[in-house]
Design a protein around this ligand. Structure first.
Ligand code: DAH
Length: 364
């Protein structure tokens, strides 16, 4: 029997070390100290053995019982300590969070540059009236220049814009009333926000309008139905074309680097006079000429010009502005954010921006 007691002890000692949780500790206790345990059977059989045997085995069996109890107690403490040592401040599995879209990233860069030059950021409605998108920008309905913008007209009963738009510098459409013959459309450019900003401010103003525009385009690598522009304009006394070109030169250099130069070509937009188009050095060849820039060394990046006096005069004549247009002049420009972002990130297809393909977006 003594041998049996020793065997129980040996096996218990081996087993206790492997116990990792409360449940197996409980099972251990049942196995070694429970009613049906070997030890319990030995203890019970003591009443049936001789006095001599009892004196020999009794103390051994009882001390093993005590030892086992202590073993269990000690193991319990070890397990509890392990729980205590667990560092609850460690991060769990970090969920995958999203990040900014390349267009938004680039837009922020553009905003930063202009804000540093003292421009205010303003937004306007994406659903516009024909009056603001065209007529008041000196593009009357019979004017062939309307062909420059393939327009989505919005049919009633979609309610006309009434104000409270999301975003910074909100612009309710005040002048709209349902009798107006002006149709409702998705703005084809951010230029109408020039007018909306003028209505609630007086010069001097320096404003940029980052925003989404819509055109009925056949999509290809360079065209989308939905894209982004950033309008900019300044109205003050004695604003000149030199002010415009230097502002744009600073902008391009801040985004693409000091070495990049711009050049200016005459162009036509009905709401500016003179109108210009601005090219910058091709980023791929640095101006030497390559296939991307058709060997010219230049890529076209934006339209701009001096705000047409007719635009300022019409706004005043219709009572939409309360300051004298004769005392002021201004410049305006409109940059295609997508076009710039494609050059900046080296993307060759505008459709990738709107494809919803995560393999694309995750690269930025
Ligand atoms: N709104 C024009 C367009 O979308 C771009 C533009 C050209 C804006 C000349 C201007 C400007 O402010 O002066 O094609």
């Amino acid at each position: 029997m003594l041998e049996k007691i020793n065997k129980i002890k040996e096996s218990a000692l081996r087993e206790i070390e492997t116990i990792k949780n409360a449940e197996s500790l409980k099972n251990f206790e049942i196995k070694y100290l429970g009613r049906k345990s070997e030890l319990n059977q030995i203890l019970r059989s003591l009443s049936e053995v001789s006095e001599e045997e009892k004196r020999l085995i009794g103390p051994q069996a009882n001390s093993l019982k005590k030892e086992l109890e202590e073993m269990i107690e000690a193991r319990k403490k070890v397990l509890l300590k392990k729980i205590d040592e667990f560092d609850y401040s460690l991060p769990g599995l970090i969920p995958k969070v999203g990040h900014m879209h390349p267009i938004s990233c680039f837009m922020e860069k553009v905003e930063d540059v202009f804000v540093s030059m003292g421009f205010e950021i303003v937004s306007g409605p994406e659903i516009e009236s024909e009056e603001y998108n065209f007529d008041l920008l000196n593009i009357p309905s019979e004017h062939p220049a309307r062909d420059m913008w393939d327009t989505y007209y919005v049919k009633f009963p979609i309610s006309p814009p009434t104000g409270g738009f999301a975003g910074r510098g909100q612009y309710p459409i005040k002048s709209y009333n349902s009798n107006h013959k002006s149709r409702i459309l998705l703005r084809t450019h951010t230029s109408p926000v020039q007018l909306r900003a003028m209505e609630t401010r007086k010069p001097p103003v320096r404003i940029i309008v980052p925003g989404r525009v819509f055109r009925h385009e056949a999509t290809d690598a360079g065209h989308e139905k939905n894209f982004y522009q950033c309008e900019g304009f300044v109205i003050d006394r004695n604003v000149s074309l030199a002010n415009l070109t230097s502002t744009l030169r600073i902008f391009v250099k801040r985004i693409f680097g000091e070495k990049i130069e711009i050049r200016v070509r005459p162009s036509y937009f009905p709401f500016v006079e003179p109108g210009i188009e601005v090219d910058m050095n091709c980023l791929i060849c640095g101006g030497k000429g390559c296939s991307a820039c058709k060997q010219s060394g230049w890529v076209e990046v934006l339209g701009a010009g001096m705000i047409h006096p007719k635009v300022l005069e019409d706004m005043s004549r219709l009572g939409k502005t309360k300051w004298n247009p004769k005392n002021y002049s201004g410049f305006a420009f409109g940059l295609g954010i997508d076009r710039f972002a494609m050059l900046y990130y080296g993307i060759n297809d505008i459709r990738l921006f709107y494809s919803g393909d995560l393999r694309f977006v995750r690269q930025f």
